[in-house]
Design a protein around this ligand. Structure first.
Ligand code: TMP
Length: 212
């Protein structure tokens, strides 16, 4: 008999909202309760495409804006066979950023509309749950300085946040907004609660296709 599939769970949010910390804590908690789970992150900088993206983010190379957008999308598509294989095996995937970051960051650049930005990611495995870690800019500022990578300025991050807000209006995606200003353990409890519900629901529903 085929085993129940794992859930595809994505964490998105503004910089310094604690996405990576929370992804790790969620995977640990799921594993500790006997639920197979693994973490992934996008961009995955380990692949050949990921290395091009990484050099661009570190400002070691320049890439034309459409080109880098398509590379970010290609970096997701190249991991799709592995993602499907793991979900089929009953492993829940906890993903740090996904297509929503792709659209929010590129469409915050001049001359890009959201519709064009969404197109390359149409048909990707659809997350069963997308949690947006919400933190207002003042609170984010208290958590320290931005790093030195591309996009790490408060003006750009503000536009990105507006784009995320628009994406969250889409009822075809199971969005949950998480108050990331709470302490790490309380945020984790909220995330775990939503994740357990999503894992149960995913067992009885086929994996969907994003924005299709
Ligand atoms: P991170 O590795 O620290 O999460 O940073 C990745 C950077 O790349 C971050 O600024 C968000 C940006 N990004 C895009 O522009 N498009 C994408 O598709 C993804 C996944 C991230």
């Amino acid at each position: 008999m085929a085993s129940k599939r794992g859930a595809l769970i994505v964490l998105e949010g503004v910089d310094r909202a604690g996405k990576t910390t929370q992804c790790k804590k969620l995977v640990q908690a799921l594993q500790a309760s006997g639920r197979p789970a693994e973490m992934m992150r996008f961009p995955d900088r380990t692949t050949t495409i990921g290395q091009l993206i990484s050099a661009y983010l570190e400002k070691k190379s320049d890439l034309e804006d459409h080109t880098v957008h398509l590379l970010f999308s290609a970096n997701r598509w190249e991991l799709v066979p592995l993602m499907k294989q793991q979900l089929d095996r009953g492993i829940t995937l906890v993903v740090d950023r996904y297509a929503f970051s792709g659209v929010a960051f590129t469409s915050a650049k001049p001359g890009f509309c959201m519709d064009w930005c969404m197109k390359p990611d149409v048909g990707l495995p659809k997350p069963d749950l997308v949690m947006f870690l919400q933190l207002n800019p003042a609170e984010a500022a208290l958590r320290g300085q931005f790093g030195s990578e591309r996009y790490e300025t408060s003006a750009f991050q503000k536009s990105v946040q507006q784009k995320f807000k628009q994406l969250m209006k889409d009822p075809s995606v199971n969005w949950k907004v998480i108050d990331a200003s709470k302490n790490v353990d309380d945020v984790h409890d909220d995330i775990k609660h939503h994740s357990l519900n999503a894992i149960s629901a995913a067992e009885n529903t086929p994996l969907g296709e994003l924005w299709k």
